[in-house]
Design a protein. Structure first.
Length: 350
């Protein structure tokens, strides 16, 4: 009952914020920019007391990824910089979190506007060309030193990015040295999925570079390591990458990220995003997530499915095809109280 009530309050407050921000942008003659909506939403979240987010996780729904235990199979996907917001969201009932992809250097990201609300087949989605704005891996580690996120004792994923092979190795080495000083359960995820940067998906295009990186990682740690693939990757390539990962112990594959669309594809003028297109996210991605999971599930590699997930029925369907964990992003912003609801529903089938 608590989740349903807070969901009702949250969604209506969200609608009000969207209308107010869009009205202000229209009055000022500026293009609509959904990023301002998120910034205002974060301000509101920070003011909410802890009980707004405090939900227990049913005892019988946990999942294992090799030797890592997640009390819920739901995981916050790699998309949010703000550690204080992540900490509050964790209390909704997530089993773990993947931190936003870090790079060797601070990044401003792409020029604004770089995020828009769109409706695809009448369903609300987001399209973004953020370009990974955020702090360098060293500055991210400095923030983590004082963050209670590590105190949750749930697996923390360190997402590794780079504009070159050496860059990926640098980020991993920094995170690996930091993790060695902590007792919190952790894992690594190599992000080769993003369509919104100039360097794009270089490790997707050159799998020999990914193999080199995995060899480097395995020479330094036996921690669980995964690779995040783009939903725009053809099925035969997904299988090749799954086979590559299976040659290394304690690996997994994350199937899903935002799927690239031009602005015109979703009914936006080209100038609505500074790059003329970006990654589409939201419920419309689910069929693609399911299709990818079916393709890769036959290999037996552990799968984290990410993209369009917002119900227990979807989790159960994906699990039947080999998925172990389920990443969530857009659904959290739309209604974070779907998380305790999904956990409660999953308990009925466990």
């Amino acid at each position: 009952m608590k989740a349903e009530l807070l969901s009702w309050i949250y969604t209506r407050k969200r609608e009000k914020i969207i209308k107010e921000i869009f009205a202000k942008q229209d009055r000022e003659g500026r293009p609509r920019d959904f990023e301002e909506v998120l910034e205002e939403g974060d301000k509101k979240i920070r003011k909410l007391p802890k009980w707004f987010f405090n939900f227990s996780i049913p005892k019988n729904i946990g999942a294992k990824l090799h030797d890592l235990y997640f009390p819920s199979p739901l995981v916050i996907s790699s998309f949010k910089n703000e550690l204080d917001i992540l900490y509050k969201w964790m209390h909704l009932g997530f089993g773990g979190v993947i931190l936003k992809t870090a790079f060797p250097e601070d990044r401003k990201g792409n020029v604004q506007p770089r995020m828009q609300q769109v409706f695809v087949d009448g369903i609300e989605c987001l399209i973004n060309a953020m370009g990974f704005p955020g702090k360098s891996v060293e500055n991210r580690i400095a923030e983590l030193q004082d963050s209670p996120v590590l105190d949750m004792e749930r697996p923390i994923g360190f997402s590794i990015g780079g504009s070159s092979l050496d860059g990926y190795k640098f980020v991993f080495d920094k995170y690996n040295a930091f993790a060695a000083s902590k007792t919190s359960p952790h894992f690594y995820e190599v992000d080769i999925s993003c369509p919104n940067t100039a360097e794009g998906q270089q490790l997707t295009k050159r799998p020999e570079l990914l193999e080199d990186l995995l060899l480097h990682i395995r020479s330094k740690t036996d921690s669980v390591v995964g690779v995040k693939m783009s939903p725009d990757t053809p099925g035969n390539y997904l299988l090749k990458f799954a086979e590559l990962l299976l040659r290394f112990p304690r690996t997994y594959i994350n199937l899903g990220n935002s799927s690239y669309r031009r602005c015109a594809d979703v009914g936006l003028p080209d100038e609505a995003l500074s790059r003329g297109g970006g990654g589409l996210s939201g419920p419309v991605l689910y069929p693609g997530t399911l299709a990818m999971t079916k393709v890769v599930g036959i290999t037996g590699i552990p799968i984290m499915s990410t993209g369009g997930i917002n119900s227990a029925e979807q989790v159960i369907e994906l699990r039947s095809h080999g998925a172990v964990l389920f990443g969530m992003a857009t659904a959290i912003g739309h209604d974070p109280y779907c998380v305790p609801t999904i956990n409660k529903e999953l308990a009925k089938y466990s």
